[in-house]
Write a protein that binds this ligand. Structure first.
Ligand code: NAD
Length: 482
């Protein structure tokens, strides 16, 4: 099938590369000329595991191409995806300007030569499918005054559930595919497009084998409005789970309980499950916050106040304060202190810094007069480029990060951090304070290594007391903790 994807960000480029990989011919279009030049030159403009390999493979076999000009590919395609950004406006609503531009460019390019589906992958408020439909019809009416209906098309919603850092896996081996359209022919065409993924009939790439036992992916074929709502409901639920874990963590800290044990205990209940229950410094990234705000905005616009969702957002906002509170508890005045941030990206395996907790924490620390250093395996060049006003000292290794520092803060749970030699790090620091915002380290191991440690929801009062009673010998010698 001929496919055009408008927008080559995380969603558009991954979608385009995966559809090309499973046998379609895809043109990826972007209004950003530099981005398209970089793709034509063979280079993926952001970090996502396996994406470069996949793009290389589909470029070599000629099933993908890149262009800034949407008109020709749109006219030749049966399916046109919209995968442009929908950033938040100050009042929480979604900024639909890019979506509107994309819709108009589609209306300006489609001819009468075939029937098409315009599939929206951007996360947009309920009702945006109708908006796209209207904008396309308006463009067509300008071009085909006599018979705009001669151009046959239907709008579908095909929400995206990929996670950055796992995007290729999530796209080739998804939990489900959701297609919403109020037109049965459009639903059939989308099912045809996705058949190789639904039936898992494509040859798995050597670098990313198919998960054991996966032979079929469920397709949820539903109305346009339901599909738009499914995306928001999914993100709202995941965001609320994280805020729930953080709420429990904050109570654990006050009653001397260990949140990791508590969520393990509840997660084994098959009605609950263990995923997305990790306590920490909260979610970041371009979607949970923005999508939750947008859903709240839509609900309020419709006369309903979604208090649970508002609370989930508030808990997340408060959680970012946790790092500063712990640092103040340990070091008192932060002015002139040197704080090392371990991780900058909003989550591991990506260089995405959108709404990253690291940025809020760095800004607050700098404002308080602290010296801020950072180490991230991937995101440092992007951070330097995008936030030149942040006076962060970027370090090439965790060892340089902690040299004569007063505190180390774990902000992103990169896998490589788990293997760090803690005693070596502690020995290099002026004050060996470790604020573990992602509960990456075992508290006993960190304390044995010489750190004054605190993690999220780790029964602080009890631990502080025990540290005091046991003195510098630490917990290693404490039989009750062995
Ligand atoms: P992004 O901002 O990284 O990329 C969007 C791209 O679209 C940019 O390269 C931009 O230049 C291009 N663009 C904008 N207007 C254009 C136009 N008129 N014509 C051609 N190109 C245009 O966005 P993203 O992270 O890929 O997200 C896209 C959408 O998918 C958003 O609505 C987002 O909420 C949603 N989403 C994102 C993720 C994720 O993990 N990033 C996951 C699920 C859903």
């Amino acid at each position: 099938m001929r496919v055009t994807v408008i927008g080559t960000g995380h969603v558009g480029l991954v979608t385009g590369a995966c559809l090309a990989y499973v046998g379609h011919h895809v043109t990826c279009v972007d209004s950003d000329g530099a981005r398209i030049q970089s793709l034509i030159a063979g280079s993926v403009p952001f970090y996502e595991p396996f994406l470069q390999e996949l793009v290389n493979a589909v470029t070599e076999n000629g099933s993908i191409d890149f262009s800034t000009d949407a008109a020709v590919p749109i006219n030749e395609s049966e399916v046109i995806f919209i995968a442009v950004g929908t950033p938040p406006l100050p009042d929480g609503a979604s900024d639909l300007q890019y979506l509107e531009q994309a819709a108009r460019s589609i209306g300006a390019a489609m001819g009468t030569n075939r029937r098409r589906v315009i599939a929206n992958k951007s996360t947009v408020p309920v009702g945006s499918g109708s908006l796209v439909n209207t904008l396309i019809r308006e463009s067509l009416a300008d071009r085909f005054r006599a018979a705009p209906s001669a151009v046959r098309f239907a709008v579908a919603s095909n929400p995206e559930f990929l996670r950055e850092g796992n995007a290729i896996r999530d796209s080739l081996y998804p939990d489900r595919i959701v297609v919403g359209a109020d037109d049965s022919q459009a639903r059939s065409l989308m099912e045809e497009l996705y058949r190789p993924l639904i039936e898992q009939s494509f040859e798995a790439p050597t670098f990313l084998p198919r998960p054991d036992g996966l032979s079929r992916v469920p397709l949820v074929s539903t109305s346009l409005t339901n599909a738009e709502m499914i995306k928001y409901a999914a993100n709202a639920f995941l965001a609320t789970r994280i805020s729930f874990a953080n709420e429990i963590a904050n109570i654990c800290e006050r009653v001397g309980a260990e949140v990791n044990e508590v969520v393990k205990g509840i997660g084994l209940d098959s009605r609950i499950g263990s995923r997305f229950l990790n306590a920490g410094i909260g979610w970041g990234g371009s979607f949970f916050g923005k999508d939750l705000k947008s859903l709240i905005h839509t609900a309020v616009e419709q006369g309903y106040r979604p208090r649970l969702l508002e609370a989930a957002e508030e808990v997340n906002r408060r959680q970012r304060e946790w790092v500063l509170q712990r640092l103040q508890e340990k070091l008192f005045i932060l002015k002139g202190r040197t704080i090392g941030l371990l991780g900058l990206a909003f989550k591991p395996n990506t260089d995405d810094l959108r709404d990253a907790p690291s940025l809020d924490i760095a800004r607050r620390l700098l404002h308080m007069g602290a010296r801020v250093r950072a180490y991230d395996p991937i995101a440092m060049p992007k951070c330097k480029r995008q936030f030149p006003e942040l006076k962060i000292r970027y370090c090439d290794s965790p060892n340089l990060l902690v040299e004569r520092a007063d505190a180390l803060v774990v902000v992103t749970e990169w896998e490589e951090f788990r293997g760090l030699a803690l005693s070596e790090l502690a020995a290099r620091m002026t004050h060996a304070v470790l604020v573990d915002g992602r509960n990456v380290f075992d508290p006993k191991a960190a304390m044995t290594a010489g750190f004054d440690y605190c993690g999220v929801g780790q029964g602080l009062r009890e631990r502080d007391q025990m540290t005091h009673e046991l003195g510098d010998a630490g917990f290693a010698a404490a039989g009750s903790f062995a």
